[in-house]
Design a protein around this ligand. Structure first.
Ligand code: SF4
Length: 615
């Protein structure tokens, strides 16, 4: 069922399109978009999925596509979409007195039963307020009445949700394939009941956190959250990727987006154990999709959408045990049809010469690697299990196979970092260039540097972030050290990383700061051109909160964190143990190939544990 609502000339949005950049963001009508109800009768729930960033970013998230297809596959449910309008469109909507509405039917957000935000990163907080406000929904959950939609949020940001808690009615913790149907069923069952009663029913769903049922007490030992809900709230996850819901159709944008391709998820979770990586901790345990299923999904979606690229996506695609059979099965089809295959998230150790050669059988995408740190010592600290030789041989292999460009990702400000570690980044970059240059006159190396952000639910959740001024100075120094115009070095504004760290580990008091910053014009804080650092600093000052308390402070071992009410499956004891091993520069092997490291899962939850028991 594709969208039937024509973009008629009397649509009030139409004149505004001439006033904004990228009008295609607001038109909808894409191939694969769904209008109306699956089934007959009246819808029992109308859900608007809301992505708090621009269309091109939101459309690139596979999770958003999965939720959209899943919602629309359920009987009695209407699922539509809205993305955050860019600043020019926000101004035009306000000037015209028009609400933010869904792309599919042009329904204002406040006329849905529920609005569901995807929280992919911390710097979208003010965009959530923009969408609520423009959509006619009171910003604070406590100000909403029975006629207002229930506002929910999911995604990795929901696992440390407190700064957003006053704006969100409930958070869904874990995989949407499990949570969305359960939530929609509860919404349907409680239709017409008072808001409070609906929330009480929703709070019974495993994996759902309702902040309004809780209060916070702040003390020197952190924050104590007391709730009528049973704590901790356990993150929910699909056990078997083959039987998990997979979309049979995708929305194909009419305009360029960030990742313009068919995304096929090959596995979820990661057991490498990089100590800085939140995704590697919170998406455990590892769950692979079978090669047969991956190939079937890829072929089906390529045929259905006409996309010219297929991406085999995961946290570390080279670790997929079914990679060779999948590439063998797909290479022929792709070569014949000119479709490009991409493998995002390549690891330097696992990227074998054989795989590079295999990728040559199809059109090649750009290659990006993440050594993360400049020395073996620091890579041991962060448990990035790759050696100098891995880096060298991978670049040599790429060069031999015809690549003349490589992009390298590093972090600055990791715990224990020294001058020597920074010098190592410059050395690796120069050596990569020298290797490529031997064969290729147009050799290029681009280096991307991010300031380290200690994230919740990781072994570094207790660690301070480097002051942003120091991060800036180290990045500048690195640029000087590299000293080769053919090696470009870019780094993100460390002040944005600072604000991100504040909200990543912040508590409920920060909601006032978010609202104040939004009121003074903060929008799209993850975008360099719109980021307003001074406004944020003023907002902290006005609320009497010191941002350094959240970002650059070391925590004691037993401090109560604002995310302690959430159980991702990985235990705090494991994280503390890993932190200790980091400071001893002690590696933890990948439990996929080695023995279980006791991260917290039970045999019925972790297939690796079950396999080990069977052996
Ligand atoms: S429980 Fe053991 S085998 Fe399973 S993910 Fe954790 S460390 Fe790995």
């Amino acid at each position: 069922m594709t969208v039937e609502r024509p973009f008629e000339m009397d649509n009030p949005l139409w004149p505004l399109l001439a006033t904004v950049k990228h009008p295609s963001r607001y038109i909808g009508q894409e191939w694969g978009a769904v209008a109306g109800l699956n089934g007959s009768g009246k819808p029992t729930v109308r859900l608007c999925l809301a992505f708090p960033d621009v269309y091109e970013v939101g459309m690139s998230f596979l999770g958003f596509q999965i939720l959209y297809a899943l919602g629309n596959s359920l009987e009695g449910i209407v699922t539509e979409r809205a993305y955050c309008p860019w600043i020019d469109m926000e101004a035009s909507l306000r000037a015209a007195g028009l609400p933010l509405s869904s792309l599919e039917s042009g329904t204002p957000l406040n006329r849905f039963d529920a609005v569901g935000f995807t929280l992919q990163y911390e710097l979208t907080a003010t965009n959530i307020l923009t969408m609520l406000d423009l959509g006619g929904i009171p910003l604070r959950a406590e100000l909403r009445g029975d006629g207002d939609p229930l506002v929910m949020a999911g995604g990795p940001g929901a696992l440390a949700p407190e700064p957003l808690a006053p704006f969100i009615d409930f958070f869904c913790l874990g995989d949407g394939e499990i949570l969305l149907p359960a939530v929609l069923e509860a919404l349907s069952e409680t239709r017409g009941l008072p808001r409070e009663d609906r929330l009480a029913r929703i709070a019974e769903i495993p994996g759902v956190y309702v902040p309004a049922l809780s209060t916070c007490e702040f003390s020197a030992n952190g924050v104590e959250i007391r709730s009528k809900q049973v704590f901790p709230v356990k993150r929910q996850f699909v056990r078997d990727m083959d039987s998990a819901f997979a979309p049979r159709s995708l929305v194909v944008p009419d305009t360029g987006i960030i990742h313009d391709r068919v995304p096929v998820e090959i596995f979820r979770g990661c057991t490498r154990g990089c100590r800085f990586c939140q995704a590697g901790m919170v998406y455990r345990p590892l769950r692979e999709r079978s090669p047969e299923k991956v190939v079937e999904i890829a072929r089906h979606l390529l045929g259905k959408t006409g996309w010219e690229e297929v991406g085999l996506v995961s946290l570390s695609s080279c670790d997929y045990t079914g990679l060779v059979p999948v590439l063998e099965a797909l290479s022929g089809d792709l070569r014949d049809s000119g479709v490009k295959l991409s493998l995002p998230s390549l690891r330097m150790d696992a990227f074998s010469v054989a795989l590079a050669a295999r990728l040559e059988t199809v059109k090649r995408g750009g290659l990006t690697f993440a050594p993360e740190a400049g020395s073996q010592r620091l890579r041991n600290v962060i448990n990035k299990g790759i050696g100098e030789d891995d880096i060298r041989t991978t670049i040599e292999s790429l060069s031999e196979h015809g690549w003349d460009r490589v992009k390298l990702y590093f972090m600055v400000g990791l715990p224990t970092e020294t001058e020597a570690d920074l010098a190592g980044i410059a050395d690796i970059s120069r050596e990569a260039f020298a290797i490529l240059r031997k064969r290729h006159r147009r050799a290029e190396v681009s280096v991307s540097v991010n300031g380290f952000i200690p994230k919740p639910h990781t072994p570094f959740q207790w660690e301070p972030q480097l002051p942003f001024q120091e991060t800036e100075s180290r990045c500048r120094g690195l640029k000087r050290q590299i000293g080769n115009p053919k090696i470009t070095l870019n780094y993100h504004d460390p002040r944005q990383g600072f604000i991100e760290a504040v909200f990543a580990r912040g508590d409920r008091r920060l909601a006032n700061v978010i609202e104040r910053a939004w009121n003074t014009g903060c929008r799209f804080d993850g975008w360099t051109e719109t980021f307003r650092f001074e406004s944020w600093m003023q907002a902290f000052e006005s609320e009497g909160l010191d941002p350094h308390f959240f970002a650059t402070r070391s925590r004691e071992k037993d401090e109560r964190f604002p995310w302690d009410q959430i159980d991702t499956g990985v235990s705090r004891e494991f994280l503390w143990r890993e932190r200790g091993k980091a400071f001893s520069e002690d590696a933890t092997p990948d439990c996929r190939t080695g023995k279980c490291q006791g991260c917290g899962f039970l045999p019925e939850e972790c297939s690796r544990l079950r396999e080990a028991a069977e052996e």
